[in-house]
Design a protein around this ligand. Sequence first.
Ligand code: PLP
Length: 453
Amino acid sequence: MEYKNNILELIGNTPLIKLNKINRGLKPQIFAKLESANPGGSVKDRIGYAMIVDAEKRGVLKPGGTIIEATSGNTGIGLALTAAIKDYKCVFVCTEKVSAEKINYLKALGAEVIVVPNTYEPDHPEYYVNVARRIHEGTPNSIFAYQYGNPSNPEMHYRTTGPEIWKQTGGKITHFVSSIGTGGTISGTARFLKEQNPNIQVLGADPLGSIFKHYKETGEIIKGSPYLVEGIGQDCLPANVHFQYIDKIINISDKESFTAARRLTKEEGIFCGGSTGTIVHVALEIAKDLTENDLIVFIVCDTGERYLSKVHNNEWLRDNRMLDAEIKVLRDICDAKKRKGIEEIIYVHDDILVKDAMKIMNEKGFSYIPVLNEFLRPVGSLRESRVIAKILDDQSLLHIPVKEIMEDSFLVLDAKSGITEVRRALKEAHAILVSDFGRIIDIITRYDLIDFE
Ligand SMILES: Cc1ncc(COP(=O)(O)O)c(C=O)c1O
């Protein structure tokens, strides 16, 4: 028979996968260390196991005990996996930024999950790490795993991830690229690799808004700013980031990270999340200046399944302005307006009184409005400035139907009209009407075009 004694025996010894497509035209070989192949789907299975086993060895974790952690999800999953096999309870504190997939996964593994806002500063009592620490202090027979300062975290990568990469590349690795969250992966792996060959270059991939790059370059701790990639970068300095093993830190935008993650998935079949995108973007950037004698290894932190509602969801990307606009025809602009919750077409009937039409325009804040007949066909338009000018001359106009003073109808374009035609039309007119099978479905203004292109 051939089998594993339990799921934990599958942790580590993850494969190295050569890139073949997204690195076209670049000279060095680039390899992905597939940490998503761990049984819990992320690099954090290694440290979840290590932090529990080390706590047992130190005698601080006793049978039936509770494991408490502040986590962006993956460490929680790693801890919960080992806890499930060893019958420990788990309580995790996550911020609202953590994807629903990760939170549901934690619950499926039997953990209790507390979600807190992600707006608190590290010195605030409600900051997620401080909440976790407080729960630990009030829970008998519990440990606070504290991946940010727990030496078992980098130590596990020193003992396993580093040696695996060294062996798998036959000692030929010249560049190692990883992200920095707690710092465990990069610090432990880099320490081992540099002990084998001090010339190996270690690159840290850091989201724009995180404080690591600035600290590495100036020794100054600045205030971070928000970004969307999960699990990496910080607004404070965890003890497990050992900067002496990191040669350079490179800042990457959310959009670059998500685009790279989707390319790695689509073109190489390596299904990954945003933090892996940050890393692979750096790997491809540094490769531009390297030769065929160089060999890059980068970490695939976790699986894309964890981000199906985010990085791999066009709606979410569009809402967060992370997707290049895909405006090809007029209907795309109407759809984009609808997604932003902008009301459908507002119009007036041709037999409504001028005073009532003016009231509607005033309430909606419109300076022009289409006039439709009883069959909803466009028959004219009203421009606020023109109507007001006429009323100033003759107040009685307020009490006549709009059809008697309206101007020509806005140009009507079919929803299938190409964007070049739309642009041309809006050079001439302030607004156009959109028709779909002869029915007017929307009005598009110059501002709409600028907003959605
Ligand atoms: C999705 C994801 N990627 C990468 C990392 C970074 O790994 P490390 O904490 O070892 O620096 C984390 C850490 O929480 C993570 O959650």
